[in-house]
Design a binder for this molecule. Sequence first.
Ligand code: 8OZ
Length: 366
Amino acid sequence: MPSLFDATQAGSLHLANRVVMAPLTRNRSPGAVPSALTVEYYRQRASAGLIVTEATAISAQGQGYADVPGLYGKDQLDGWRKVTDAVHAAGGQIVTQLWHVGRISHVELQPGHQAPVAPSAIAAKAKTYLLRDGQGSFVETSVPRALSADELPGIVNDFRLAARAARDSGFDGVEIHGANGYLLDQFLKLGANHRTDHYGGSIANRARLMLEVVRAVVAEIGGGRVGLRLSPVTPANDISDPDPQPLFDYLAAELAPLGLAYIHVIEGATGGPREIADRPFDYGKFKAAYRAAGGKAAWMVNNGYDRRLADQALADGADLVAFGRPFISNPDLVHRLRENAPLQPLDKNTLYGGGAEGYTDYPTLT
Ligand code: 8OZ
């Protein structure tokens, strides 16, 4: 029987255990630069088998929230270098999550205060987080403009350059954010993609941008250092598709030969129910399609896991289990899970923005 606490391998990544710290947005990087507190926050959590950083913008256009970090400026990369050094010194492994928000943004966060970009000029019924005069608030996202097809190679290249910058900043790899209603998920799904060119319409067309990005990043840093995050049915950020099963079966077959380190699957509604009555999805079928096509990546499951559910998932064939909110309030989560020790509750008021409080001040067991 596999155990959560076994060492394992995901592509080229050697992991001390199967417990993954999920990506978690914390809005504590003013100027998009990770701070000394961020170094301490990740260092405290280095006993995870793998840390996936908070979503990190690949370009200024890819930014959609106040004070989230980036991977496109020298100060940003210098900041991340301190994080990767600290995590490695503490014995951990860390990948960064490559993020382009697409339409989930606001003109105030965009270069030149222009409209955010998207597959189609359809606004999301969703909110983003702004800081105005130091005061945080949730505001409606702005109406986006549709990207022209000749802008897409530039976006693919931004992902590729961010992957290279991540590697050069000491990251063990990258996770491509293909989930939660951000740019790549917007292209995938009909609710946000009404294009009539070869990036819209058929499943192959809607998957094209995501696959171009994955292939470019794999060519840059090697598939064994690349993960991909997917959320087949989440309603997060107003994303929807009437028929996700064939869409993800197609993706499974196309991703299988790319030699990825892991596939990270959010089951159900991100941070919410694992089952959604009007959005059925067979995750076993998706995984079987990937394996049947020869895909060898580690299978990472996510959403609402505790020790009991995680043990069950491993028994059912998952390879890695990602924990999100429990990792915020329990820096020693691996130890607590191993000991079946009680978990500390999360203070929701300190999730987004602020300083050390609710970030680096959660205590360990002893
Ligand atoms: C919470 C708040 C802001 C962004 C995601 C990157 O859902 C996020 C996110 C989560 O993937």
